[in-house]
Every structure is written in C-alpha cells, then in structure tokens.
Design a protein around this ligand. Structure first.
Ligand code: PEP
Ligand code: MN
Length: 262
C-alpha cells in the first residue's frame, strides 16, 4: 500500500486541516518533553509566531535509562491540550503503549518513536485508528524496513502515515546519529507517503540543526520536526540539541527562503 508503483500521486496527509505532502511543507516544533504549563505554552506561542504549523511535545518518553525523566504522562497530555487551545496548533506526541490510546483522543498525530518502529503489535493497533501516524525510522533500520513498518499500519486500513528520517547509528561520534538525507529522494521514489526530516535527533547538537534543516528543505523533504525549548540548558531531555525560540525563528525564516528558491 505504501509502494509508489501502485499509487503514483503523492499522498497528502490532512492533520486537522494542516496538509502535509504533495507540495505541502510543514514545520513541527516544540520541546522534546512537556515539562510544565509555563514551558509548553511559552514554546507553543513562540513557535507559532515563527511559522510552525504543528506543536510537538513528548509526554511518554522512551529514555535509555530508567532513572531519567520519563515524561509527565497524562498530565503532560493535558498540558499539550491547553497549548492547543491557546494557539490552535495541532499536536504531535509519542505513544509507546496502545493501552494509552484513550489519553491521546485529542492529540492530532500519534508519533511512533525510533525505538518502536518495529513494535509490530503497536503498529497493527495503530492501523485500526484513523489518526495520522508519524513513523520514525529506527536507529539501525533500513528504508525497506521503515516501509514495511508503514505497511503494517496501512494494512490495518490507516493510510495516514508520515515517514520521518531521524538519523541512524554509524561509527561516527561527532554527531548523535548520522542524518541519512538521501532517505528523502529514495523514499520519494519508493513511496507516495510524505517524508520529513528530524535535524534535532539526527545531529544531537543545536548548532547543526540549522544547516541540516536547509539541506532537508533543498532535498525536497515535506517537512521538518525540530526541538525547541525556552531554556535549553535546563531541559529535562535533549537540551543540547534544542533551539531557543530565537534560533528557531531564524531557521524557520531561512527554510522558507530555501523553499522559495527551489
Ligand atoms: C523524540 O522525538 O523526542 C524522540 C524520542 O525521537 P526518536 O524516537 O527519533 O529518538
Ligand atoms: Mn527528543
């Protein structure tokens, strides 16, 4: 179902009125994790003013260490809903367990994180809902495996899948992961689904986010998902790769210029 051979036209995913894919480019921005009302409302207002069209924020965090901040769970979703009410921005948030689905009733896009890309039971269950799914590439998965995971969701009847390249594991250590930018043209050849780039998790450092964002736009990505925090130095998760609202404003502005130059 994901194969372009049988579906030539690019799929445009409609996220509560915000279209992505087939020439519609969107920037999703927000903190790695929802930390407080003040934080999420401040970041939501700032990224909206800079042109972001969806708000991201994790409430369930897949952390490497069980002792690291795990997210605010239901309370975090509640705060996201307040930010949505305040700004009108559709929400993107990661679901780790299908038993939490009811909590996500008002969340517009369900994110499947890199670590769950091959959680086939989760994918099958998400195939039975009609919400757009943001499917991130696994840390060590091929594009073919990413497409087969999309297929699991689509096989259940949910064709609203957005693919995300977020960097893969290589021998390189100067960046957190290695951004496989060629995923954009390759996936556009293989599938009709929208493809977005995550320059935050792929590089791991805020100073590399801007250049990779421009490169992604130039490569023909259908959007970006960028981590933005009002106080990156004190972020409970992924502060090193988070942009300040001011930095994000410049990135969003220049990304638009790259798009215009295409
Ligand atoms: C995230 O988006 O905060 C996240 C955990 O991403 P990934 O699954 O790509 O590591
Ligand atoms: Mn993160």
């Amino acid at each position: 179902k994901a194969n372009r051979k049988f579906h030539e036209e690019p799929t445009v995913v409609d996220v509560s009125g915000v279209k992505i894919g087939g020439g519609h480019f969107q920037i999703i921005a927000g903190p790695c994790s929802v930390e407080s009302r003040e934080q999420i409302i401040a970041v939501a207002k700032a990224v909206k003013a800079s042109g972001a069209t969806m708000l991201r924020g994790g409430a369930f965090k897949p952390r490497t260490s069980p002792y690291a901040f795990q997210g605010l769970h239901g309370e975090g979703i509640g705060l996201l809903l307040e930010a949505k009410k305040e700004t009108g921005l559709p929400l993107v948030s990661e679901i780790m367990n299908i038993n939490d689905l009811d909590l996500f009733a008002e969340v517009d896009v369900l994110q499947v994180g890199a670590r769950n890309m091959q959680n086939f039971d989760l994918l099958k269950e998400l195939g039975h809902c009609r919400k757009p799914i943001l499917l991130k590439r696994g840390l060590a998965n091929t594009l073919k495996e990413l497409l087969m995971s999309a297929e699991y969701i689509m096989a259940g009847g949910n064709g609203n899948v957005i693919l995300c390249e977020r960097g893969i594991r290589t021998f390189e250590t100067y960046t957190r992961n290695t951004l496989d930018l060629s995923a954009v043209p390759v996936l556009h050849e293989l599938t009709h689904l929208p493809v977005i780039i995550d320059p935050s998790h792929s590089t791991g450092y805020s100073r590399y986010v801007a250049p990779m964002s421009y490169a992604a736009a130039a490569a023909g990505a259908d959007g970006l998902i960028i981590e933005v925090h009002n106080d990156p130095a004190h972020a409970l998760c992924d502060g090193a790769q988070s942009l300040t609202p001011g930095q994000f404003d410049e990135v969003a502005r220049k990304v638009r210029r790259v798009r215009e130059a295409l």
